[in-house]
Design a protein around this ligand. Structure first.
Ligand SMILES: [Zn+2]
Length: 220
């Protein structure tokens, strides 16, 4: 675990921060793919974990969710719009219907009952939930005002998935059911001016101007 800030840690499950899990306030944010379950549990060994939450229910984020919940005996929370898919394990429903999505779903984890369905303004530890649908129907981000930390999930990425070179990019279209809605969700984050942005994919960003410039440049 790498400390990023006050009571905030990154677990990079793959090289170059290409798949990330975060831990803050005893809460595990996201769970990587099923293939990284052993690595994630090892990284969490010895930690006091009280909750597990997801930014969204895609297979590269809920892969080890059941393992985390069973291992630590903790409940799972995610956005209302993804909760049914995560609870039933039909995570392919959080993505556009395509052969690629069905292939991608194979790296996802088994069904895990969602016991808390998050909505705008809910609190998760010291973080406030902001609904950001588009990349999945129930995508949410987590905002901690006190030190301006934003756990962004995949509203956008800080790496190229092809080259792994860092840089801000919209999430891949084949896995984003509503591109326009995702852009509107990104615009909703204008004005937060996060001191630290934690991405599902790519290294952390500590540049609020770059964050805002990227959002402002998104097409309508
Ligand atoms: Zn992702």
């Amino acid at each position: 675990m790498k400390q990023l800030g006050d009571n905030l840690y990154q677990i990079a499950l793959m090289p170059r921060s290409s798949m990330n899990v975060y831990v803050a306030d005893g809460i595990v944010f996201d769970a990587g793919s099923r293939l990284e379950t052993g690595r994630l549990l090892k990284a969490l060994r010895g930690q006091t974990i009280t909750d597990h939450v997801l930014t969204h229910g895609h297979p590269d984020h809920q892969g080890a969710s059941r393992a985390i919940c069973e291992n630590f005996g903790v409940p799972l929370a995610c956005g209302e719009g993804d909760a049914d898919a995560v609870s039933t394990g039909e995570i392919v429903r959080t993505m556009p219907d395509s052969t690629l999505s069905r292939m991608m779903a194979k790296i996802g984890g088994p069904a895990q009952q969602v016991s808390r369905r998050l909505q705008e303004g809910d609190m998760v530890g010291s973080f406030t939930v902001i609904e950001t649908p588009g990349h999945s129907p129930g995508h949410v981000v987590f905002w901690r005002e006190s030190d301006r930390v934003l756990i962004l999930g995949d509203v956008f990425l800080n790496m190229s998935l092809l080259t792994t070179i860092p840089g801000l990019h919209e999430p891949p279209r084949p896995f984003t059911p509503n591109v326009g809605e995702n852009r509107n969700s990104a615009r909703k984050l204008l004005g937060l001016r996060p001191a630290l942005v934690c991405f599902g994919h790519g290294p952390p960003l500590r540049d609020p101007n770059k964050f805002e410039a990227f959002i402002n440049a998104l097409p309508d």
